[in-house]
Design a protein around this ligand. Sequence first.
Ligand SMILES: [Zn+2]
Length: 339
Amino acid sequence: MSRRLLAGVDIGGTTVAVRLADEDLRSVARTSVPTVRGEPDRAGEHVRDAIDAACAEAGAILGDIAAVGIGVPGQVDPDAGTVSTAVNLDWEHVHLVEQVEALLGVPCAIDNDVRTGAEGIRAQRLLGDIPDFMYVSVGTGIAAGMVVGDRLLYGAHQLAGELGHLVVAPGGPRCACGQLGCLEAIASGPGVAAIARRAVTGGAPSLLPASGEFTAAEVYAAAASGDGVAEHAVRVGADAIAWALHAVGVLIDIPVVTFGGGVTTAGPAFFEPLEQALDRVRSTSALAAAVLPRDLVRPLPAGYEAGTWGAVLLARKGRVPSGARATPREGVGDRSMHR
Ligand SMILES: [Zn+2]
């Protein structure tokens, strides 16, 4: 049988999500398996097993896979096909492309997971025909993929878009990176939960468990129910994101921002406080209002999963030299993957 399926793999801190799509970018399977942390020498095997599970769902076999694209949460060198560091996976200097290609015998391309998501959105024109936008993932961490002049930004060390480590509150809470007051330490899921936890364990009355054992999802739900402690935590997180967007705005004047990631699945409980926070920042100066236009935050199509679709697109594009990345207008009209 001829190889006909593209495998898009989105490696997360807790699950590895796989989407298989045919040549016309129609989804034929979407599965997830638990992430195996550590074991860098077996990373390729774990990716193969995750793809195998998706093949089973699709009634296919590994021999049907034509190409693999993988988004990895960490510092990735797409040209070398290596993961420099992925803290949440406990990986360092992993030759992931080499491992996967040796096991599956087909081309494999990798990139940072959030950049992969941004590139998928760009290539499919999911936000319309716009040359400049930023995709921000808010979950366990915060990161961004920035598209400027219709090209994805990488930076000299593949670190462009590390929005989560923008310091928005000098001297604030300690971030996983070691710095104080990073956006991620305040506005990620664990960051918002920690703000609420400090209040609750300090005796503030709240619907949240007094033990302090609760998740960010519970904080957003409690805030939507009018719980004061939760509302405060969500507001602090929203303000931090709004000021980070202000910083990005005055630096590179990006007119459109779209969000993904686990925390944003709170829906209106995430987006309404964010819009209110953006209004507070807009009211501070005419410049702030100009760099944060009213329609700054745009939704992605309902149900669209940037991580796996971006990885499918990466599989289709394959590994290309950095000078030839992000061919403008590639994929225009590929709308068949909205489902
Ligand atoms: Zn940090």
